[in-house]
Every structure is written in C-alpha cells, then in structure tokens.
Design a protein. Sequence first.
Length: 272
Amino acid sequence: MIVELTKRMVRTTWEHRLFDIAAQMAYYFLLALFPLLIVLLGILNFLPVGTADVMDLISPYVPEELLSFIAVNLSTILDVRNAEALSISTLATIWITLMGAFAVIRSVNRAYQLPEPTLKRMILVGFVLVFTLLFAVIISLLLPVFGEPIGEFVFHILGLGDIMTAIWSVSRWGISFLVVGIVLLILYIIVPSQRMSWRDTWPGALFATVGWQAASLGFSYFNQWNDYTLIYGALGTIIGLMVWFFLTAFMILLGAQLNALLMDMHHTVRKK
C-alpha cells in the first residue's frame, strides 16, 4: 500500500501541477506576511508578550537569515507607522491577508480535486483561517508566559526544580509543532468544498507538519553553504524568503493530496 500510495503521490503531484500552484501561493504568502504580523503584534500589545516572543516561536522553522530579515523589516514598519496610517491601511491589510487565505482555499480544493467554493464561503472560511492562526499563535505565546510559573510550582513540589530550565528550553519546539499541526488539521477540515472529518484529515496534517519542519531545517542548512546575493544581489534575501514560502505551500498541498488519495483508496477498498 505504501509503494502504491507513493507512486500515486508522485504521479498526481505532476498531473495536478502542484509545483505551479505552490509558486502562486508563495507570492500571496509574501504579500500577506507583514500585514498579518502587524495585526498580530497589534493584538499582542494588550498581552504580556512582544515581538521577540513571536520571533522565538517561529524560529524553529524559519531559516536564521530570513528570520533576521523579517525582524528588521517588521521593526522598521512598526517604527514608522502612526495611528492615521493604521486606520487608512486597515482595509488593505485585511484584504491582503484574505488574499493569502483565498490562495490556500483554492489550492487545497484543487489538491482534493474539488470545485472552488463560492465567494461568500471563501470569505467566511478565509476569516476563520486567519483568526484560527492568530488565536493559535497567541495561545502558544501565552503558554510559556503563564505555564512557566505553574511548572515551577509543580516541579518544586515534586522536587524536580533542577530540570525545569531544561524542559522549558525545548518547550518552544513542541509548542511550535503543536500550533502548526492544529492549524493544518483545521485547515484540511474546513477548507474543502465537501464535508471532512478529523479522521480523514489527520494523516495529511501530520505529514505536512513533519514535512514542513524537515524542509525548513534542510533549507536552513542549504542556506549556510549558498549565498543568494551572489546571483540576485540585494534581492537575495527576498528570493530566499520566496523559496521558503514555496516549500511551505508545497507541503500544505502534499498534505491535502495525501488525504485525498487515502480517502479514494479507502473508498475503493470498501466498494470491493
């Protein structure tokens, strides 16, 4: 079954042009990145976390060079903007962020070989996706803030205070992995045009989460030995960011395609 599934994954990836779709998604991701981060940081102003916590949360996946680029540019944007600019750009920020969500909705339905949903449904699902992502990130950022004192109290009672630091030093990896997995699971359930259950979608969510982490780590290692600026000059970092977005989009599509193939294979077995 695994061999047959692998063959079908390779064949359908080429037939459905997932590489082309992933490139399209990467473009929308780039447009939506900073508006989404600005909205997120605007919300976090009311919470006991800041920009550094956001960067720490995504650092396990984003290559170091790209993380520095995002942090510097985000800081520049936040430093120069004012209340008037914020109010004027609010609608544009929402629209650009939704465009990224629309790209995900259209692409995942293509991977499932389903028709595109109506515009009304796309807007509704788009808002759900954006707020799900924001909510998941905020919760994951608050867990270390409020979880650490709780953990210290519990470990002190158990006499395990010495290992508290070691546990929380690796906790962000687990939190980041959990956030990505939950967001992808919700994405695969609500985005398709037909009804899906978590039983139909968890294999793809797990595959995409693990695959994205592996691809990001591999890309980070690749960047240590290659300099995009030698070819693209000042645009080198942007090109690197686009490649990382392409890998992200490609893993999302592969996860959806895996779910679709597994559902088709199970349906075939039941008919026999």
